[in-house]
Design a protein around this ligand. Structure first.
Ligand SMILES: Cc1ncc(COP(=O)(O)O)c(C=O)c1O
Length: 466
């Protein structure tokens, strides 16, 4: 490695320490070293650089190499060359200001165990099968797939989704009524407020993140009470409603079939819309999953889903199945070109669906999560028989109802055990008037296999005594 202190005294005004790697192109190395020195502020704007000959001698380089490097940096705008006054660092080559990152408050250490809901088992992502699908999809994709994206999404994906959702979820649709998006959160942002202005009835317990989306969109939400049959849709007094009918999030019950019919009747009678969030519809362990409410009335139900639970929330692919009259308004919000869902992911998912890889993955992962849930139930039966999961055997989380007033204590005890998880209070709509429910929301999918027994152990230790 060539190193040199280039002390050019008044010419440079400062000592310049340049390090060039011993191998590789000398010219490129010198350019990189000078760029670094300017970027880091070691060479301030206006500083005059040493003449070619002296820098070449100091670094053991040919004079032309230095001349070339200066010329390149002049062309890039880092340096300026002025006839008769040599080469100087350009005035506008400002060093980057460091980004201030907020100081983390000293506090609780990172929890040792994670049973927070919302995360699938990241170690179970089907890497090999996904990669094979990506390769096949890329091999046959037409050239136009790599042009500007259609805001409806790739036709291959909409075709595959139409077939899959009809077969697996009882959705009645055609590819023309499907709009690809980056997930349910994106779907809600597309719909509200431009397509559906609100107010919007929502379940009293739901995802706070979704409530924040509505608040940011200026859409008022009205909480519907929940009981053992799901949301009390008979209390609906606005035309638009968002529900999680297959598996109420987070409390865990399905919407009773009378209420499914009632909510479909309500949106039909009022000219309203049900937005059906089918976030984990594929994961039912005690029976075949109940089909989507959308099948009852495709003209008044917007069906939204994504791969966030079935594959990974990082893939960022989802879909909206729309009533015919809402397709154009949603596309108008999306704009002329696809800006959210990348074509590589879309083509891969289309191939994964069409080849049966997605079904195989779902069958495999469903067994995995079913076993996870069974192990939770067994651990509770053995060590805390007074606590049982409520709701149906489905999804990636279970709710453990607790006696009134004990949720906070249990959460503190969990934190003491190094266990991260949420209580039901975190999901409650601030305006809800239904009686408070105490409980823990246990995401049994999240921990990697080796960590699950210890996480269950910590959970059982955190639960209040009988
Ligand atoms: C109720 C609910 N809906 C939808 C989703 C999926 O959201 P997205 O598709 O934006 O990742 C989640 C979380 O994964 C959820 O908890």
């Amino acid at each position: 490695m060539a190193k040199a202190w280039v002390n050019s005294g008044e010419r440079l005004g400062a000592d310049l320490h340049l390090e060039l790697p011993g191998s590789g192109g000398k010219r490129a190395a010198l350019i990189a070293a000078l760029r670094d020195a300017v970027r880091a502020g070691r060479l301030a704007p206006g500083t005059r650089l040493p003449p070619y000959r002296s820098l070449a001698a100091d670094l053991g380089l040919a004079r032309n190499t230095v001349a070339d490097a200066y010329a390149e940096l002049v062309a890039e705008g880092w340096l300026t060359a002025v006839q008769g006054s040599g080469t100087r660092v350009a005035e506008r080559a400002e060093p980057l200001k460091p980004v201030r990152t907020p100081k983390k408050a000293p506090g609780a250490p990172k929890p040792a165990y994670n049973l927070r809901q919302g995360q699938p088992d990241a170690t179970s992502f089907p890497r090999t099968e996904w990669l094979a699908a990506a390769r096949r999809a890329l091999n046959v994709a037409p050239h136009d797939a790599f042009g500007p994206g259609d805001p409806r999404g790739r036709p291959e994906l909409r075709e595959a989704l139409a077939q899959y959702l009809a077969r697996a979820r009882g959705v009645r649709t055609s590819p023309e009524r499907i709009v690809v998006c980056s997930g349910v959160a994106h779907a809600l942002r597309l719909l509200f407020p431009a397509v559906l202005p609100g107010p919007l009835a929502v379940e009293s317990y739901g995802l706070a993140f979704h409530r924040s989306i509505f608040a940011a969109a200026g859409v008022r939400t009205i909480p519907l009470a929940l009981d053992e049959h799901g949301a009390r849709v008979e209390d609906l007094d606005v035309p638009a409603v968002l529900l999680t009918p297959a598996h109420q999030f987070p409390t865990g019950g399905p919407l009773h079939h009378d209420r499914r019919t009632a909510v479909a009747g309500h949106v039909r009678a009022t000219g309203g819309v049900l937005v059906e969030d089918d976030y984990d519809g594929e994961f039912r362990y005690d029976r075949k999953p109940v089909g989507a409410v959308q099948g009852l009335d495709p003209e008044h139900v917007v069906y939204a889903g994504s791969v966030s639970k079935s594959l990974s929330p990082a893939v960022r692919l989802g879909w909206l199945v729309l009533p015919g009259h809402l397709v154009d308004p949603v596309l108008a919000v999306k704009g002329e070109r696809e800006a959210w869902a990348g074509v590589l992911g879309q083509l891969t998912l289309a191939e994964f669906l069409a080849s049966g890889g997605y079904d195989r993955h779902i069958r495999r992962i469903r067994q995995h999560y079913r076993r996870r849930r069974d192990r939770l139930v067994t651990a509770l039966a053995e060590r805390a028989p007074h606590v049982t999961p409520t709701g149906i055997a489905a999804g990636l989380h279970a709710v453990l109802r607790l006696p009134p007033g004990t949720e906070n204590t249990a959460l503190k005890a969990a934190a003491w055990q190094g266990l991260a998880l949420d209580g039901l209070a975190a999901f409650r709509h601030p305006d809800s008037t239904m009686s408070t429910m105490d409980g823990l929301v246990v995401g049994y999918a999240a921990p990697p296999e080796h960590a699950y027994p210890a996480a269950l152990d910590a959970l059982c230790r955190a639960l209040p005594p009988a």
